[in-house]
Design a protein around this ligand. Structure first.
Ligand code: UDX
Length: 480
């Protein structure tokens, strides 16, 4: 690691080691560096190892930010150990991993920060950590650092967890599993149904590690000096302005599309990306459905089979990302027997791709998505309407925003939340969605407008750019 003294305010940034968090964090690091901050970007060792394996022939000494430094940005790169071997599967053993992250990781971060501060004559001024972590408030206080919390999901999801006390008072946390009651008492949040809140707030998941981790971290986020949101002011205005009354909150999204990202390439994809461009170039405009369930969701072979058969029956062209481990194991025969042969030129099945490049192709006319927040933002940015199949975490709540509020997507299943899918319904939905039904025409209008909002927000003078500049001013004011 380069150890030149740093003349600028210096941040230490630590992301959660999952793709949906790494992407916005890396882009935030670039953006902060482009505003004249010095950054020490910290990947968990396993992320470093996985990136090296996927892109650099296992070369362990790779510095993923060297190219950014060549472009004049002051970013150093380093790693931290989370107490598990690099081979440990942090997706399949999610619960065990997060128990340790809650229990043991804070001491490791403490030791790391102490060492970093001691070795740097200019020391550190602030930390930027994922809101999902429980340690930032304590560490920031101990080392006298400004505490910047970065929330990578919608403000609605943030607000629901931020107001757990109100949900508890109203008998909605834990919330009975299958009830449909109105939540109309959260500040800045329009009424929503209990069926649309995150599954970890419901009785059946109330003892899970996700609930424990987030309820702990959201107690502590109330001590953060600044909270950054990867969302857009125009899309969640009342939720954000209400949060702003309590603490300084800034909507700076979609950070994955900031200008600096568009001009600086940083390796951050945990898997190597298959090329889909040639195949897409051979297809007519708007004829291809892109299908992906992100980096974390696990499902079962039955669901995969119904989706596979449904796609074939629909006769629509598709690119489908079937990630290794998607069924909770690394079986190689995830797809139904004979499926690949039957698909022929109708479909392209890949283990991983450059999603933004695929969504940007004129051939792509729809996205069957699990509603991970990055996928939603990327689809909106590229103007691609969605078919929603939310599975877990924030995804059911994100679905509500996409389908019910912004009207830029439809549900795969009638109620939008059923996990068991049926091949005939999948085929019918995909066909009518892709073949210009009236409903789809409405979605196209809607997505065009939302796309403009997102692009406008990231322009100079746009809301997210303006919020970012305001954050930078406020942060400098707090540091000096
Ligand atoms: C996780 C949670 O599951 C999600 O609910 C939360 O909102 C964010 O963290 P993940 O499931 O991976 O994320 O979904 P998503 O947020 O959509 O992030 C996936 C990222 O991987 C996107 O930025 C997407 O561009 C990228 N991706 C996905 C690829 O680059 N290639 C692929 O083939 C698939």
């Amino acid at each position: 690691m380069d150890v030149k003294p740093r003349p600028h305010p210096h941040a230490i940034m630590i992301s959660v080691p999952y793709q949906g968090h790494i992407n916005p964090f890396v882009n935030l690091a670039l953006k902060l560096a482009s505003k004249g901050f010095s950054i020490t970007f910290v990947h968990i060792e396993f992320v470093h190892h996985t990136l090296s394996k996927a892109h650099h022939n296992n070369k362990n000494e790779v510095d993923f930010f060297s190219q950014a430094r060549e472009s004049g940005l002051d970013i150093r790169y380093t790693t931290i150990n989370d107490g598990f071997p690099v081979e440990f599967d942090r997706v399949i053993h999610f619960e065990e991993y997060w128990e340790s992250i809650l229990r043991d990781f804070p001491a490791r971060v403490d030791e790391f920060i102490e060492k970093t501060i001691k070795s740097d004559p200019f020391s550190a001024h602030f930390i930027v950590a994922d809101t999902s972590y429980s340690w930032p408030a304590t560490i920031a206080k101990k080392y006298n650092l400004v505490n910047v919390s970065f929330w990578t999901q919608p403000a609605l999801v943030f607000s629901l967890i931020y107001h757990l006390d109100l949900l508890r008072e109203n008998g909605h946390c834990p919330c009975k599993d299958n009830i449909d009651e109105e939540i109309n008492y959260l500040p800045g949040v329009e009424s929503l149904s209990t069926k649309d809140i995150m599954p970890y707030l419901k009785e059946s998941e109330s003892k899970t590690i996700v609930y424990t981790a987030l309820s702990t971290s959201f107690q502590l986020v109330k001590n953060a000096d600044f909270i950054l949101h990867n969302t857009i002011q125009e899309l969640e205005p009342t939720t954000l302005s209400s949060l702003n009354k309590k603490q300084p909150n800034y909507a700076i999204g979609p950070i994955n599309f900031s200008k600096i990202y568009l001009t600086t390439t940083i390796t951050k994809s945990l898997w190597s990306e298959s090329n889909c461009e040639n195949w897409l170039d051979s297809k007519p405009p708007n004829s291809v459905l892109y299908v992906s369930f992100g980096s974390l969701v696990q499902t079962n072979k039955q669901v995969i089979e119904e989706i596979a058969r449904g796609l074939l029956l629909s006769e629509v062209n598709f690119v489908w990302v079937v990630r290794a481990g998607i069924v909770g194991s690394y079986d190689s025969d995830v797809l139904p027997d004979g499926f690949i042969d039957e698909v022929k030129e109708k479909g392209l099945i890949v283990p991983w791709c450059d999603q933004i490049t695929v969504l940007s192709s004129p051939a792509v006319g729809g996205f069957l998505t699990h509603c991970g927040w990055n996928s939603v933002l990327e689809s909106m940015w590229c103007g691609v309407p969605m078919i929603c199949y939310p599975v877990t975490f924030d995804q059911p709540t994100n679905r509500k925003l996409v389908v019910d509020d912004w009207k830029i997507g439809v549900n795969l299943c009638d109620d939008g939340l059923t996990l068991l899918v049926d091949r005939f319904k999948v085929a019918e939905k995909v066909r009518s969605f892709m073949c210009g039904s009236d409903e789809n025409m409405g979605l196209k209008e809607g997505i065009k407008k939302v796309r403009e909002v997102l692009h406008g927000a990231m322009e100079i003078g746009g809301s997210s750019e303006g919020n970012f500049d305001k954050f930078v001013d406020d942060l400098r004011g707090k540091i000096y």
